[in-house]
Design a protein around this ligand. Structure first.
Ligand code: SF4
Ligand code: SF4
Length: 94
């Protein structure tokens, strides 16, 4: 098992995790990639990179669903709010 960098890294990429990793298995700091990546067969699964990430982008492989759920919720809340607000406006125009 390895740790995985997820979507919130995109646009941040501050590379704090690179310095925290004892085996230098996080790649992309000096590349024009959208985010950094952990080499799955080099990662020790130690978790040292997790607490230094300011955007909570790093998860153990078995916990990646937490990041996906957060992304879905963050996207869904404004969408649902706009639907509710749109319906309220339509009713007030009746
Ligand atoms: S610390 Fe987090 S946001 Fe910064 S490069 Fe690493 S994974 Fe991306
Ligand atoms: S879990 Fe440990 S070995 Fe794996 S990327 Fe993070 S700091 Fe490096």
């Amino acid at each position: 098992m390895a740790h995985v960098i997820t979507e919130p890294c995109v646009g941040s990429k501050d590379a704090g995790c690179v310095d925290a990793c004892p085996v230098s298995c996080i790649y992309g700091k000096n590349k024009d990639w959208l985010q950094l990546y952990i080499h799955p067969s080099e990662c020790l699964d130690c978790g040292a990179c997790v607490p230094v990430c300011p955007v909570l982008a790093i998860f153990a492989e078995s916990e990646v669903w937490r990041s996906a759920t957060r992304v879905v919720l963050v996207s869904a809340v404004p969408f649902v709010a706009s639907l509710v607000w749109g319906n309220a406006r339509m009713k007030s125009n009746d």
